[in-house]
Ligand binder design. Structure first.
Ligand code: PBG
Length: 327
């Protein structure tokens, strides 16, 4: 009598065997590269807390986008850092504002060969760093902010964005953007809704990346990390408002939420492997405490396994390079 009769190890015997039976794979077309363009610089500016990531000039952003096409990435998500900020984030709705110029430059560079996405949010543009405009008493004014998001949506789509990423967590943001786009004849511009976005401490390095002016926190609009069920409600609302894709953010501390959302969503699901997730792995690897490449691949695999169809990751190009080299 043979014991044990069932031996799961049989399917782990060789690399070829393991490749054959792996349940999820990473492919370059599922990866989206987040990228920053900064106004008023002539050389790319390194982001200290995100080693290997820079604030781009228009020229280096074009090159990063061209490289993304060459590597077969699925998309690029653009963020802008303006030279001047004000209380209402006026530079966000200026067709000549840095983000809108960046969108136009990337569109000119890559055309339709890459899905060009852009951030619809005010935090990079306001002098107080909040994702919306403030009411007289200092709270973030949801409905006044919606009017600006609607304008931003139209300006970004006209600049050449294929897909818009509302990330400010204002109630009704997807609906007002959809309405404004349709009214402007931009029916084909799609919306990737940051549906379940949590008030995470792991956004820290991003705040450096965009020179954030924020004092305090975003807990009155981003979700409470304690809440799982509420993510479903946020997703349902965004779907009802017309979201074409939805996102869970951050990724690694919210894999349970991602799995819930992937289970119920009738549209493709994205997850954002955010700046703090990037910084933690880079820092531990730089100290020799973890294997950098293995940790990166494992982290993205875990996000795919939890149910994400696409993953925003600052390592998108590097991972695609590894896949190409077959390593
Ligand atoms: C808001 C926005 C943020 C991120 C993406 N869009 C910052 C925030 O919500 O504080 C964070 C992304 C990251 O940490 O990598 N415009």
């Amino acid at each position: 009598m043979n014991f044990p009769a069932v031996r799961p190890r049989r399917l782990r015997t060789t690399p070829a065997m393991r490749r054959l039976v792996s349940e999820v794979k990473i492919q370059p077309q599922e990866l989206i590269l987040p990228a920053f363009i900064r106004e008023g610089i002539t050389e790319p500016n390194p982001i200290v807390s995100m080693p290997g990531v820079v604030q781009h000039t228009e020229d280096t952003l074009r090159r990063a986008a061209a490289e993304a096409v060459e590597l077969g990435l699925g998309g690029i998500m653009l963020f802008g850092i303006p030279e001047t900020r004000d209380a209402r984030g006026t530079a966000a709705i200026d067709p000549n504002g840095i983000l809108n110029r960046g969108i136009a430059a990337v569109r000119e560079e890559v055309g339709d060969d890459l899905v060009i996405m852009s951030d619809v949010c005010l935090d990079e543009f306001t002098d107080h760093g909040h994702c919306g405009v403030l009411a007289a008493e200092g709270s973030v004014d949801n409905d006044a902010t919606l009017d600006i998001y609607a304008e931003m949506a139209v300006v970004q789509a006209q600049a050449g964005a294929h897909m818009l990423g509302p990330s400010g967590m204002m109630d009704g943001q997807v609906a007002v953007m959809r309405q404004a786009l349709d009214a402007a004849g931009l029916q084909d511009t799609s919306i990737l809704a940051y549906a379940a976005k949590y008030a995470s401490a792991f956004y820290g390095p991003f705040r450096e990346a965009v020179d954030s002016q924020l004092k305090g926190d975003r807990r009155t609009y981003q979700m409470d990390p304690a809440n799982r069920r509420e993510a479903i409600r946020e997703v349902e609302l965004d779907l009802a408002e017309g979201a074409d894709l939805i996102m869970v953010k951050p990724a690694m501390s919210y894999l349970d939420v991602l799995a819930d959302v992937a289970e119920m969503s009738p549209v493709p699901v994205s997850a954002y492997q955010i700046s703090g997730e990037y910084a933690m792995i880079e820092a531990a690897a730089a100290n020799g405490w973890i294997d950098r490449r293995a940790s990166i691949v494992e982290s993205v695999l875990s996000i795919r396994r939890a149910g994400a169809d696409t993953v925003l990751t600052y390592w998108a190009s590097e991972i695609a390079q590894w896949l190409r080299e077959g390593r």
